[in-house]
Write a protein that binds this ligand. Structure first.
Ligand SMILES: [Ca+2]
Length: 452
């Protein structure tokens, strides 16, 4: 996790990301929390090729990047290395101005080499989209549920202590761990200092990575780990729950009391406490669900399925929105209705804790993945409604086409950028109403075909 912010969206579910950046090969987290922080709504999850399963946080970026050349030749590499060493000299002066000592810098950069792998990966992220249900199949697979239950038992005592201290339900902490690093199995082995330095030098997102590099040096200077022990993904997400260096500085905890905030080693104690602390600091309310599956009444006004519209569960009940048992959802506070796959998929009533998980990663897919995995680890049941599995995620070009066609048909999306945000959703609803369709605002392939 890490920086924790951002979001995205797309045709079917897009993910956003926060804290970490690219990922270890089996992490399921949407990509990088890197610098983009925008919250849109919508749907598809955009994954980054090569980093497996994590949705990306910057769809448009990802597309642009693919057009660049991906391979780095030997000659380019040695040229890069010379430029890189020169850049480090300049960087050291900037770092010292921010309180990093000469001794820390000398130690950190003694063996630092240009990391061409980080650059290739950063530039070679091609977009492919995944539907929410495909994402959830992997994020909340039987094996991930099983391993989560096992982790809960293995670490029961410390998880209980962490839950008691931070007031964050242990199942959600374990679920974040399960998605971020497959319960510690895939924490990333890239040395963070040279990777952050290379990405800062490269400049595509230079300011962001330079800030992360300074934070990483501060961690070294504090003595929590050494330069070779500070490992993570190529994009800087570190340890069991993938904190970016800046998030580490703000939220990491020394829970086992050995004087170091150690999120990197095999013992997950500090990392789990750090995650609980992070969620607590963003307002986690213990015992409150992230969301619950609900049933909508016949004739439901789909305009009410909008994050901005909040009502108490008993008010929703009066409108016919009930739990799966047919009763009003218990009073967990104000709630919105979320239909991540439109009227044909699972319907959720979501609460404040949904937005707390969003601080880890703002993609709806990620939040639902963490939330549902935590529920399943706790022994709760699978979703009862089904997903529109015949649908596939709209690609970036198709999302733009959808916007162009809506606008041309008189339902302006206020621009064509391939992102399904509030304006596009509003335009879709108007189009659906005009055509006598269910106005759920959902950008499906079926909808695009109707516009063609
Ligand atoms: Ca410790």
């Amino acid at each position: 996790m890490t920086l924790l912010k951002t979001g995205l969206i797309g045709g079917l579910l897009m993910a956003a990301g926060m804290a970490s950046a690219a990922a270890p090969t089996s992490s399921i987290r949407p990509e990088s929390r890197a610098a983009i922080v925008e919250r849109v709504t919508a749907q598809p999850v955009v994954f980054v090729v090569g980093t497996s399963i994590r949705p990306t946080i910057r769809p448009n970026r990802a597309v642009d990047v693919t057009r660049r050349s991906a391979s780095v030749t030997q000659e380019q590499l040695s040229t890069s290395n010379i430029g890189f060493q020169r850049w480090i000299d300049g960087f050291k002066r900037r770092a010292m101005a921010q309180g990093i000592t000469r001794a820390t810098l000398d130690k950190a950069f003694r063996d630092a080499r240009y990391n061409s792998d980080a650059i290739s990966r950063d530039r070679n992220q091609s977009e492919f989209t995944k539907t929410l249900w495909d994402y959830l199949d992997s994020a909340v697979s039987d094996s991930r549920i099983r391993n989560g239950k096992s982790a809960l038992r293995t670490h029961a005592a410390k998880l209980d202590r962490i839950e008691a201290k931070y007031g964050v339900d242990k199942e959600v902490v374990v679920a974040v761990w399960g998605l971020e690093s497959a319960y510690g199995a895939v924490r990333g082995k890239t040395e963070v200092i040279p990777a952050m330095a290379t990405l800062a030098y490269d400049g595509r997102r230079g300011a962001f990575f330079e800030e992360q590099l300074i934070a990483a040096l501060r961690i070294l200077q504090n003595g929590d780990t050494d330069v070779h022990g500070m490992t993570g993904s190529w994009a800087g997400a570190m340890g069991h729950t993938q904190f970016m260096p800046t998030s580490y500085l703000d939220y990491a905890q020394d829970f086992n009391g050995d004087g170091r905030r150690d999120i990197w080693s095999d013992d997950p104690t500090d990392a789990l406490a750090s995650t609980a602390n992070y969620l607590k600091r963003f307002g986690w309310v213990k015992g409150m669900p992230w969301g619950v599956e609900v049933q909508l009444p016949r004739g439901f006004d789909y305009a009410l399925a909008d994050r901005k519209i909040q009502k108490m569960p008993n008010q929703w009940s009066r409108l016919g929105v009930r739990g799966l048992d047919g009763k009003a959802v218990p009073n967990y506070g104000s709630a919105s209705i979320l239909l991540p796959a439109g009227s044909e998929g699972v319907a959720f009533m979501i609460f404040k804790n949904f937005s707390v998980i969003e601080r880890y990663n703002a993609a709806d897919a990620y939040v639902i993945g963490v939330g549902h995995l935590s529920d399943r680890i706790a022994g709760k049941r699978a979703f009862q409604a089904s997903w529109p599995r015949g649908d596939r995620a709209l690609k970036s070009a198709e999302r733009k086409e959808l916007q162009q066609r809506l606008t041309r048909a008189g339902f302006s999306t206020q621009g064509v950028d391939g992102r399904i945000g509030p304006n596009t959703i509003a335009a879709i609803r108007k189009f659906q109403k005009a055509r006598g369709l269910t106005p759920d605002g959902y950008p499906s392939m079926t909808l695009l075909k109707k516009l063609r």
